[in-house]
Design a binder for this molecule. Structure first.
Ligand code: CDP
Ligand code: MG
Length: 742
């Protein structure tokens, strides 16, 4: 259903389709269709009756009922067939033959490592096998007050958690959110009946705050362990400990790569169970020259495959949403221009913040004579298996976070993939039949420039959130925590110092009351601090809205890619701009939407994404509950921009930059050249001193979501961190920090 407004065009119009319906709505929709069908093809009987003037209404009603009944039966049959085929699909997975073997190994050992080719069925099947084997049953009065024990499975990515839960609920023919559910940040779709729970690793980490012994779980599967995300790495240490003092607790570590020895050693020589997968040979092709623009190269390659190669779906690996959207829209344009000259192309982007009904499109079987092109981030590397892929195009890059404890600068950087990833990517082409992988880089570069494996995230990210969480769990000795690979000690020290500057830790390195409150929020410590502190400035209501808007992963605004709408959109969007900064712009958007009584129509008219705002509203309700819980009073003063900016500064004083004489910005403490992102409302104004929400490194170091501040505030809000002298001269002389334990 497209909106009749007509001010959007091309691929982007999908953002404007009405949101996905609930199950009930879908059923209703079908009923509606039956009815339409009847109206369009009146039964012969009615025709006759009308012609002969003997319309028997009772008989008509009877006929209608019969026809409905017939259609209902047909629908049921279809569902039955689907279920049967679902059963067959389950039985055809490589893991199926290992069902008994796996259950036996799990029965015998407390911890096992499961290794298997991506797509062999680890994520979707193992939790079901455990469920079928009765692992949800309570044997005594152990655990929580739940009636059943949970089988839990963690995923590094929210999209994977959601889509796998959906798939498993379909396979089990139950409603998502009941027997099978998922839990991601700000969205808990589980209930008291839940037996299989998929969740992000970050959410399980937060569960330790409520339930340090994971008493609700009988089995936990830490999936995609090879990804070595920060949260998964910290979980390793915590669950290893749980396994030590809970003999009834089972732990499964599952991984896609064959480097399982390291996991086994870490978990006290746990046995490794291997699930051999099917694999066909994949031919690897390299470019002769390095590619300047890999997005364009990927598009061209995809079209070449489409016109020259046999049918079979294509999977393109790019680094993020904007690249993916660009590639999708170019592909759509070019295939439209080619029109009937080529076979049908179905283009499916997939990335973390894609709405779930759009994600589902990726898994739909490709119609005969058509070709699907999936454009994905590295989410499709191992977390999601899309059937039917025969060709892979690997641009050779990923977006990775990167942190320098010395400068304190944290950023997202586009970096070359490692060899292990490149091999995984190529492997996606060989599940169905022999496939081809087109690497958009040279063979030389693969051999000489690319690392063997990537550095675990724990060694290249800011540890603020994790340190705060561990401290809240009473784990004080951060240096000697049982890490699989320890983080650099400078990073640990820098994180402890940042938490000290934020007031979350005292000078003995102990958690303060403020720190305890901060840990309650599933937000970055800087944002939690701003939110909690905003009460003091009398603007907690406003900062809560801003925090919610910042936590929405999607773009708030809708930018059409081309056509006359571009100008209309730009005007509409810049009408929201508040010169003092993007945080206030976000607040402004939300307030106007609220004034429109949360109207969707208003969103369309103003080039705002209704889905993003609805999500912000959801998040806000949850933040409101958390504020209540930690006793942050909600105060409102929407017109006092200075108090709002000060509250934000009290959390973000680490992210400060100052305008130089040459018209460029430098970060304040440790000078690095940065720029305001062109989409910022402060881009033209160029304020003297700013705080920023995040730094993204692409062609330049861009500060995103920027607010204007007064340098004097820095000393006021962070006397531990800034000296008067520093802010006067913009010098980078560090105030000596007291020595903090740990
Ligand atoms: O975890 P692993 O990579 O071993 O495999 P899996 O994710 O359990 O996938 C097993 C099968 O389920 C694959 O053939 C997937 O294509 C299918 N699947 C699906 O159709 N839809 C999903 N949302 C997830 C998996
Ligand atoms: Mg998996």
């Amino acid at each position: 259903k497209k909106r009749g407004k007509g001010h959007h065009s091309g691929s982007a119009s999908s953002s404007y389709t009405s949101s996905s319906g609930t199950d009930e709505e879908n059923v209703q929709g079908e009923e509606q269709n039956d009815y339409n069908l009847l109206l369009q093809n009146p039964i012969d009987f009615v025709k006759d009756a009308v012609m002969s003037g003997t319309l028997d209404l009772d008989k008509l009603a009877e006929e209608l009922k019969n026809k409905k009944e017939l259609q209902r039966k047909e629908r049921e049959n279809k569902q039955l067939n689907e279920r049967l085929s679902m059963k067959q699909q389950r039985a055809s997975l490589p893991i199926y033959r290992h069902r008994e073997g796996l259950l036996e190994a799990i029965g015998k050992h407390q911890v096992i490592i499961v290794v298997g080719e991506t797509g062999s069925g680890k994520t979707t099947q193992i939790p079901q096998y455990l469920y079928e084997a009765g692992y949800n049953r309570k044997t005594g009065n152990e655990g929580s007050d739940r009636e059943f024990m949970l089988v839990g499975c963690t995923q590094p990515r929210r999209v994977a958690a959601m889509s796998v839960a959906k798939r498993v609920s379909d396979e089990m023919d139950v409603k998502l959110g009941h027997e099978v559910g998922y839990c991601i940040r700000f969205e808990d779709r589980t209930n008291k009946d839940t037996k299989i729970k998929y969740m992000t690793d970050g959410m399980l980490l937060r569960e330790f705050l409520r339930e340090p012994d994971l008493a609700s779980y009988s089995v936990l599967m830490i999936d995609e362990a090879h990804e070595r995300t920060l949260q998964t790495d910290v979980l390793f240490g915590l669950v290893k400990d749980v396994a030590r003092f809970r003999s009834d607790f089972k732990l499964i570590i599952s991984s896609a790569t064959l480097d399982a020895q390291k996991f086994s050693e870490y978990f006290d020589d746990a046995p490794i169970y291997e699930v051999p997968g099917r694999r066909y040979p994949v031919e690897i092709l390299y470019t002769k020259q390095p590619e300047g623009d890999y997005v364009d190269a990927a598009v061209v390659t995809a079209l070449q495959i489409h016109v020259t190669q046999q049918l079979g779906d294509i999977l393109i690996f790019l680094t993020g949403q904007s690249e993916i959207e660009t590639a999708a829209s170019i592909l759509e344009d070019r295939s439209r221009n080619l029109g009937g000259k080529i076979k049908e192309l179905i283009i499916c982007p997939i990335y973390a913040s894609l709405p779930s009904n759009e994600q589902a499109k990726v898994f739909k079987p490709t119609p005969k004579n058509a070709r699907k092109i999936v454009i994905a981030t590295n989410i499709a590397e191992t977390s999601l298996t899309i059937n039917g892929i025969v060709y892979v195009i690997d641009a050779g890059f990923i977006k990775q976070n990167c942190y320098s404890p010395k400068t304190g600068v944290e950023s997202l950087v586009v970096t070359p993939v490692c060899k292990a990833s490149a091999r995984q990517r190529a492997g996606r082409a060989g599940r169905l039949c022999p496939g081809k992988c087109f690497r958009l880089y040279t063979k030389w570069s693969y051999k000489h420039e690319i690392e063997e494996s990537s550095i675990p995230e724990i060694q290249r990210t800011n540890l603020g959130s994790v340190v705060l969480l561990l401290k809240s769990l009473g784990i004080d000795d951060l240096i000697n925590f049982d890490y699989m690979d320890p983080p650099p000690s400078e990073t640990l020290i820098a994180s402890v110092q940042q938490l000290y500057a934020l007031g979350a830790l005292n000078n003995l390195g102990e958690l303060t009351t403020l720190g305890r409150k901060m840990a309650e929020f599933p937000l970055d410590p800087m944002l939690s601090k701003s939110l909690i502190n905003s009460e003091k400035y009398g603007v907690s209501q406003e900062v809560m809205v801003i925090a919610s808007m910042l936590s929405v992963n999607n773009n708030i605004f809708f930018y059409p890619k081309k056509g006359q709408n571009v100008t209309v959109a730009n005007n509409a969007i810049s009408a929201f701009y508040v010169t003092e900064g993007d945080h206030l712009t976000l607040l402004n958007v939300y307030s106007q939407w609220k004034d429109s009584n949360y109207s969707t129509q208003w969103c369309y008219e103003n080039f705002v994404q209704p889905r993003a705002l609805n999500r912000a509203k959801d998040i806000m309700e949850q933040l409101q509950n958390l504020c209540e819980r930690v006793e942050v009073a909600l105060k409102s003063n929407p017109t006092d921009k200075i108090q709002i900016a000060k509250a934000l500064t009290s959390g973000y004083f680490y992210h400060t930059a100052r305008l130089q004489r040459n018209g460029e910005y430098k970060t304040l403490k440790t000078p690095i050249d940065v720029d305001i992102h062109p989409t910022s409302s402060t881009f033209k104004e160029k304020p003297k001193c700013v705080i920023y929400y995040e730094l993204v490194m692409t062609t330049k170091n861009y500060m995103r979501t920027v607010a204007q501040i007064q340098p004097e505030w820095l000393v006021e809000v962070a006397p531990h961190y800034y000296t008067q002298k520093e802010i006067e001269f913009g010098e980078s002389s560090k105030k000596k920090l007291p020595k903090i334990k740990n």
